[in-house]
Design a protein around this ligand. Structure first.
Ligand code: C2O
Ligand code: CU
Ligand code: CU
Length: 418
């Protein structure tokens, strides 16, 4: 049931102060608040109109990560909003229900601004997914879980320059939705978590402390055909996964934690009596067959580490178009990671403006929980990933490593679609 054809939001990038630790105020950045930002909710078919305002003292941009849209509205590094300025964008939502996010993307300040707190969510909803009766009551049985790691200084500040690492800034403290030591009071038998890796550079391997499997229902760009039971959810920076957890299987009064290795991410505390609310249907959606007929092939090589990173031996230059493609023509991309030194590094490959499907990882069919719509995929060290997709719109789009320090070091390119 759509009530209006347009939904309008104002998103303001601003400075804030957060009490991450009692009695201590940390200087932060946030959208419409002190840290992180709102969840913009929109239905498929509606027009999303966003008035973006930069109340910072430095340039920023507003990038809509995962949205299928014309290049000109994408908010990449060439579409910045200067300090004190305002810019309104609008686009029609033409993709299935998904958990997307938004964050700054100005060259030279992306990593720092994200680290200090700039990121928000976009929930695309559609009638088909609503009908499945999945857990979908926000804050009751459907929760955003933005996972970030931060290095707090002794006086509890987020000092980006001090924390900086050329191969990705990481920190020893894990936050969920900007909370240190977070827990969730669970009141229903099924709980849906929309997991977002909003970290600059850390890769997560998420498990439940009781060894129970989670049912993965969605990837970056929408629902999977069927729930996939997974004991471990791997998320590289920028990736999302939605899982449904059967909390009725927890022992009464037991607190189960979502953890990364042995580090606690989120504690799930169950109530004595759990309500039945929401279902886990066997069928979630139907995905279109991947079309590769008459495809245009491109190959990309991600190489190097630290300040030496490159894609096809080039680093990002504002005025350079690295690749070209035809709109509406299938694309097949072979993406290699040759950064194999010292055990190697994952480069999370991300492409703007489209959702893609993974054809293979190191020559093999991807696991069932990676066969849905994706906009970010972990390139394994010394590995190769093949993807397929079609640009729906024209424009210039970025592709890059979503390790934000690698991106800032130039591991980014531009493709012109016409
Ligand atoms: Cu989430 Cu180009 O970024
Ligand atoms: Cu993006
Ligand atoms: Cu990288």
């Amino acid at each position: 049931r759509q009530t209006t054809q347009q939904v309008a939001y104002t998103v303001t990038a601003q400075r804030g102060k957060m009490a991450f630790y009692q009695g201590q105020k940390t200087n932060t950045l946030g959208y419409n608040g002190n840290y992180l930002g709102p969840v913009l909710q929109v239905n498929r078919g509606q027009t999303l109109k966003i008035k973006t305002q930069n109340h910072l003292t430095t340039t920023t941009s507003f990038h809509w990560h995962g949205l299928v849209l014309p290049g000109v509205d994408d908010g990449g590094p060439n579409q910045t909003v200067a300090a004190g300025q305002t810019k309104t964008v609008q686009f029609k939502i033409k993709q299935p229900a998904a958990t997307l996010w938004f964050h700054p993307h100005a060259m030279g300040s992306t990593a720092k601004q994200v680290y200090q707190g700039l990121a928000g969510l976009i929930y695309v909803r559609d009638a088909a997914s609503q009908k499945r009766h999945l857990p979908q009551t926000y804050g009751v049985n459907d929760f955003p879980v933005i996972i970030q790691d931060r290095q707090f200084t002794a006086d509890h500040q987020l000092d980006y320059e001090q924390a900086y690492q050329a191969d990705g800034t990481t920190g020893s403290t894990l936050l969920v939705n900007g909370t240190v030591n977070p827990y969730l009071n669970v009141t229903t038998k099924l709980v849906r978590l929309r997991l977002v890796n909003g970290s600059n550079a850390r890769n997560y391997r998420l498990t439940l402390s009781n060894g129970q499997a989670m049912q993965q229902i969605a990837t970056d760009g929408g629902l999977l055909p069927h729930p996939v039971a997974v004991k471990t959810v791997r998320l590289s920076p920028g990736e999302r996964a939605e899982v449904v957890i059967d909390t009725a299987r927890f022992k009464t009064g037991q607190s189960v934690t979502l953890q990364n290795g042995h580090q606690q991410v989120l504690a799930l505390r169950t109530a004595k009596h759990l309500k039945t609310d929401g279902r886990l249907p066997a069928t979630l959606t139907t995905l279109p067959k991947v079309s590769t007929a008459n495809a245009q092939h491109q190959s990309l090589t991600f190489s190097g580490m630290g300040h030496m990173v490159a894609i096809n031996h080039q680093t990002y230059q504002r005025n350079r178009i690295n690749l070209t493609a035809q709109v509406k023509r299938p694309q097949v991309w072979t993406i290699r990671n040759t950064s194999g030194m010292m055990g190697g590094m994952i480069h999370p490959f991300h492409l703007h403006g489209v959702q893609f499907r993974i054809l293979s990882i190191n020559g093999a069919t991807p696991p069932a929980n990676q066969r849905g719509w994706k906009d970010t995929v972990a390139l394994p060290p010394d590995g190769e990933v093949k993807i397929a997709f079609t640009f729906k719109d024209k424009g210039i789009y970025m592709y890059h490593c979503h390790n934000l320090e690698h991106e800032e070091n130039g591991m980014m390119g531009q493709i012109k679609v016409s």
